[in-house]
Design a binder for this molecule. Structure first.
Ligand SMILES: O=C(O)CCC(=O)C(=O)O
Ligand SMILES: [Fe+2]
Length: 276
């Protein structure tokens, strides 16, 4: 059963990504921003954030260029409900076409541009892996949530659309934004999620005019047997989550969960349409 409309699925399969019309509330975005302001104020001091991994990068003058905050879920409870947004969850279940688990969650905060570096989940051109007998069966689905408006000026997420349909090594310099074909740099509102297949070549698009820290959250979902990438959410944290979230946070294993009850529940609300 698919929980996403055929039109939407078709467009996703063609482009490799979907930008939602829905946004999370601006109040929620502001509150998350305040939590990140606090982290900046204490210089992302690791000892203040147990079970979180800080990956800062500095320039020659020791100025922070960017930081990746892994397992940001355990920085503050405010991030938890992002992992199973009602309008995003049906897509994740449909596209993976196997029981999903959250294998990665992180904040990516940039103070300055870094050159683009296009990459996909499996490099060397082996990026085609989209369906099984005509039904989507994606290896990794990533959800990106911008915490501010993101445009080619501020810097944003960008894709080489169609690269997920090929099994060819790109004959281009993947750092050269001017040489790459079909490049799409997204225009996004604060809190407007985007979902993409990691088979698609993607990269942060360097902003032409960065005026403030670019704040983005990323959540990766893979089939249930896939391990966590860097930091596993703790048992204590998982205990604080809803039953639906706990299903996404189960430890890795080859299980087959039925998600139709949860998704039908959502279908009764405003967003999802169920197709069999
Ligand atoms: O730079 C970005 O915003 C994209 C980051 C990214 O692709 C990644 O974390 O794998
Ligand atoms: Fe990436």
């Amino acid at each position: 059963m698919a929980f996403v409309s055929e039109q939407d699925l078709y467009c996703f399969m063609l482009r490799g990504y979907h930008a939602f019309d829905e946004c999370i509330s601006q109040q929620w975005v502001r509150e998350m921003d305040e939590v990140i302001d606090e982290m900046n104020a204490c210089h992302f001091q690791p000892s203040r954030y147990p079970n979180v991994r800080m990956e800062p990068r500095y320039d020659e003058d020791e100025k922070l260029i960017q930081i990746v905050v892994r397992n940001i879920l355990e920085v503050n409870k405010i991030f938890s409900d992002l992992i199973d947004l009602d309008f995003v969850l049906p897509w994740i279940v449909t596209l993976l076409n196997r029981s999903p688990r959250l294998t990665e969650n992180y904040g990516y905060f940039r103070n300055e541009n870094r050159p683009a570096g296009y990459h996909a989940v499996r490099d060397a051109g082996k990026t085609q892996n989209l369906h099984h007998q005509g039904i989507p069966q994606i290896e990794m689905v990533k959800v990106m949530i911008p915490l501010m408006e993101q445009t080619p000026e501020t810097g944003t997420l960008s894709f080489i659309t169609g690269s997920h349909l090929l099994d060819m090594k790109p004959p281009f310099d993947l750092n050269d934004v001017d040489a790459l074909p079909e490049l799409r740099a997204l225009n996004l509102k604060a809190g407007q999620p985007v979902l993409f297949t990691e088979n698609l070549y993607h990269s942060g698009y360097p902003g032409t005019n960065i005026k403030k820290q670019r704040r983005t959250l990323f959540f990766s979902y893979e089939p249930s047997h896939h391990a966590d990438w860097f930091v596993s959410p703790s048992d204590e944290f998982i205990e604080t989550c809803t039953p639906r979230q706990k299903k996404l946070l189960r430890r890795p294993g080859r299980w087959h969960e039925d998600w139709s009850d949860e998704l039908k529940q959502i279908g009764k609300g405003a967003h999802a349409v169920i197709f069999s």
